[in-house]
Design a protein around this ligand. Structure first.
Ligand SMILES: [Zn+2]
Length: 108
């Protein structure tokens, strides 16, 4: 018995199962077109999620930098260091999301 990903909800199920025990998706009755449609919908939602995260990361980055320059704080202030950390986190998070998008496109 092997475990496969349910095409509908993505949880692990037995490849012998007639339907998914998590979402009741009837695998044995699903046509290849059904599976392809489910898969492309999943990809689309994944892409949307990553894009939303990229936006958030960008906001963190811009917000952090904006605060560093226009927040009226000096480099010795804790707020400055926090803003710098937020900007760095936002930047790294943004890059990570771009990479994830590239990999998602490659797996199409
Ligand atoms: Zn399922």
């Amino acid at each position: 018995m092997a475990l496969i990903d349910c095409p509908s909800c993505g949880k692990k199920i037995s490849d012998k199962a007639q339907s998914c025990q998590h979402c009741e998706f009837a695998i044995s009755q699903a046509s290849p077109e059904d599976l392809a449609r489910k898969n492309s919908l999943k990809k689309y939602l994944q892409r949307q999620g990553i894009q939303n995260q990229s936006m958030l990361a960008m906001l963190l980055f811009v917000g952090g930098f904006g605060f560093m320059y226009w927040g009226g704080v000096t480099q010795e202030d804790l707020q400055f260091k926090l803003a710098f950390a937020v900007a760095v986190i936002g930047f790294v998070w943004y890059i990570v999301n771009r990479v994830r998008l590239v990999f998602l496109k490659k797996s199409d």
